[in-house]
Write a protein of this length. Structure first.
Length: 537
C-alpha cells in the first residue's frame, strides 16, 4: 500500500511539473479584460479617495496599480500624500503591536513605485526587523512581513537594540514549523484552512527553490485540492466565499500552477469559474453566493487575484514582484525646482545586474536608476556595488538623474573638449553642482569621496527646490551625532549635515568618514533618495 501511495505521489508531482509549463487556463478569458475594467470602475466609485486602511485603502491601491487600470489624475499622488500625513501625525508608529499594518502600507506603496523606507522621513519597513514582535500576530505576521519585504527587494531592517533580529530565513523557518501534519496551515484548530494556507503559499513562493519549501508547498497544494468544493470554489469556516477563492487563485498564480491543473478542476469547473460566480451587476463581487449586493472587501480581493492571473498570462511579473514598478504617484517635482530639472522616465523596466543579490540594501535604488538609464553597470552584467566611483562618474550620474541636458565644452583644463563626458561637466558646472579642485582643474579620474558626493548632492537638491540651508547651530547639532563629526572640513559641513538630516547619505554606523571614497552602492542610494525627496521618481 505504501508503495502504491509513493507511486501516486510521484505521478502527481510529475503531472504538476508538466502542467506548470503550460499556459494557465483561459476560463472565461475572452471577457476577463472587460470584467477587470468594469471592476476597476466599481472600485474607483467605491474608493474615490483611498485612505490608510485594509478596506478602501491599500488593497484597492494594490489591485488598481498592478492591473495598470486608468485612474483619475492625482489618484496615487493624493493617496501617497495622505499616507505621509497619516505617518507624520503618528510619529511613524502605525500600530504598537499589529505589524501587518506596516507590511500592508509598504506593499501598497511599492506597487505605486514609492519606497517604503522613505515615507515622510520614516522607514516603514523598520518594525519588520523585530522577529518576536512581528510574530505576535502568529502566522499573519511573518506572511505579510515576507510579502512586503520581497515586494520591493527591501533589505531586512535591523532590529532595535535588545530585540531578536529577524531574517528572511527565520520567517520562512517559522512558517514551515507551523505546517500541519496533513499539509497546509491554520489560524486555530487541527484542520487546514483554505485562506491561510493560500496566504502562506503566497509568502513562500519566492523561496520554492529550497527543497523544504518546495515539499511543504506540494503538500499544501494537495491539501487545497482536497478542500476544493464540487463547484470549483473554496470555503472559509465552512462557508463558501469569494475571498477564499481569490486567495487560492493568487496562490496558484504565485506558484506557477495553471488553474486548469486537474487537481484544481472539479466537475469541469476551476477556481476562476467559482470566483466569477460571485460577480454582481456593475462589476463588484459578493462575499457569499446568496448575497445580492457586492461587498467591498470581496471585490478588492477578487480584483487583485484576477489581476495576478492576467499578469501571468501576459508574461508580466507576479502581483507581489514589483521592485521595478514605475512610480505612479509621480508629482512632477517641487514647486521651487529649476526649469532645467526634469523627471527622467522609465525606459528599461526590469533592468538588473547579476551581482545585486536579493536583500542587498542598494538593490532597489540601483534598479530604479538603471530603469531610467541613470546608472550603468560594469562588464559581464555586474554593478560592482562595493567598487568606487570617480568624480567625473558621479557628476555624470547627477546630471542624468536631474534630466539636465549636456552641452558645450569642458570648463576644466584637465578635461579635453573631445572627451565624451565634457558636456556633462559643463552642464554640472554651469548649474553649480560641481566645483574644481583648484588651478582650473577637476581631477576627473580621482575617486569621489563621501564628502564631495554629499556636497554635489546638496547643490543638486537646491536645484530641485529642496531647502538645504542649516545655520551654524543646526549643522553642529547634526554632525555631533557622529564620532568624527568634529573633523568634517568647513567647506562641506553644512551640505553634509543637510544630507544626513534629510536621510540622503547612507551613514556608516556612528561615523561619517567624509574623506573616504563613496561606494557605488552608496552613491546610487544617495541619488535615489534625493530624487525621492525631490518628488522626481
Amino acid at each position: 500500500m505504501d508503495r502504491l501511495r509513493n507511486r501516486a505521489a510521484a505521478l502527481a508531482l510529475a503531472l504538476l511539473v508538466t502542467l506548470s509549463a503550460l499556459p494557465p487556463a483561459r476560463a472565461a478569458q475572452g471577457t476577463l479584460d472587460a470584467r477587470l475594467e468594469e471592476t476597476a470602475a466599481w472600485l474607483l466609485r467605491a474608493v474615490p479617495e483611498p485612505q490608510v486602511g485594509s478596506i478602501g485603502g491599500e488593497w484597492a491601491v494594490l489591485g488598481l496599480a498592478r492591473s495598470e487600470s486608468a485612474v483619475p489624475e492625482g489618484y496615487y499622488r493624493d493617496y501617497y500624500s495622505r499616507v505621509e500625513t497619516y505617518v507624520t501625525e503618528r510619529g511613524g508608529v502605525l500600530h504598537p503591536r499589529k505589524y501587518t499594518e506596516y507590511a500592508r502600507v509598504v506593499t501598497a506603496l511599492t506597487a505605486i513605485g514609492r519606497d517604503g523606507r522613505l515615507v515622510a522621513g520614516y522607514d516603514l519597513t523598520a518594525p519588520l526587523g523585530d522577529y518576536e514582535k512581528t510574530l505576535w500576530q502568529g502566522l499573519n505576521g511573518p506572511i505579510w512581513a515576507l510579502i512586503a519585504l520581497d515586494s520591493g527587494d527591501y533589505p531586512m531592517p535591523a532590529a532595535p537594540a535588545g530585540a531578536v533580529q529577524a531574517t528572511r530565513e527565520g520567517y520562512v523557518a517559522y512558517l514551515l514549523s507551523q505546517e500541519l501534519s496533513g499539509g497546509g496551515w491554520t489560524l486555530g484548530g487541527d484542520a487546514a484552512q483554505a485562506d491561510i494556507t493560500a496566504m502562506a503559499l503566497q509568502a513562500l513562493a519566492p523561496y520554492r527553490g529550497q527543497s523544504a519549501v518546495a515539499a511543504a508547498g506540494e503538500r499544501a497544494l494537495l491539501r487545497l485540492s482536497a478542500m476544493q468544493d464540487d463547484d470549483g470554489g473554496f470555503a472559509s469556516g465552512g462557508i463558501p466565499t469569494a475571498e477564499s477563492c481569490a486567495q487560492v487563485l493568487l496562490a496558484l498564480c504565485q506558484w506557477g500552477v495553471p488553474v486548469s491543473d486537474s487537481r484544481f478542476t472539479k466537475n469541469g469547473r476551476t477556481v476562476v469559474d467559482a470566483l466569477l460566480d460571485y460577480r454582481r451587476s456593475g462589476g463588484g463581487f459578493a462575499h457569499e453566493a446568496e448575497d445580492a449586493d457586492a461587498n467591498q472587501m470581496a471585490t478588492e480581493q477578487a480584483f487583485y487575484a484576477l489581476t495576478a492571473l492576467r499578469r501571468w498570462e501576459r508574461g508580466q511579473s507576479g502581483l507581489y514582484d514589483m521592485a521595478d514598478a514605475p512610480s505612479l504617484a509621480y508629482r512632477g517635482g517641487l514647486a521651487g525646482k529649476s526649469d532645467l530639472v526634469t523627471s527622467v522616465p522609465v525606459t528599461a523596466p526590469g533592468a538588473d545586474f547579476g551581482d545585486l543579490t536579493a536583500g542587498l540594501a542598494c538593490r532597489r535604488a540601483v534598479r530604479a536608476l538603471a530603469a531610467r538609464g541613470i546608472v550603468n553597470g560594469r562588464p559581464a552584467g555586474r554593478f560592482d556595488p562595493e567598487g568606487t566611483m570617480t568624480r567625473a562618474a558621479f557628476a555624470i550620474l547627477t546630471v542624468r538623474a536631474l534630466g539636465l541636458t549636456p552641452y558645450g565644452e569642458s570648463p576644466y583644463s584637465d578635461v579635453a573638449d573631445t572627451v565624451w563626458y565634457a558636456p556633462y561637466l559643463r552642464a554640472a558646472g554651469d548649474t553649480g553642482i560641481i566645483r574644481g579642485v583648484g588651478g582650473g582643474k577637476f581631477a576627473p579620474s580621482t575617486a569621489v569621496t563621501r564628502g564631495q558626493a554629499a556636497a554635489m548632492a546638496a547643490r543638486a537638491a537646491r536645484l530641485c527646490g529642496l531647502e538645504t540651508a542649516l545655520n551654524q547651530e543646526e549643522t553642529a547639532a547634526v554632525l555631533a551625532r557622529y564620532r568624527d563629526g568634529g573633523t568634517v572640513p568647513a567647506w562641506v559641513r553644512s551640505d553634509l549635515a543637510f544630507c544626513c538630516q534629510a536621510g540622503l547619505l547612507p551613514t556608516l554606523g556612528e561615523t561619517l568618514r567624509t574623506g573616504a571614497p563613496i561606494t557605488r552602492a552608496d552613491a546610487a542610494e544617495l541619488i535615489y533618495r534625493l530624487l525621492d525627496r525631490a518628488e522626481l521618481l
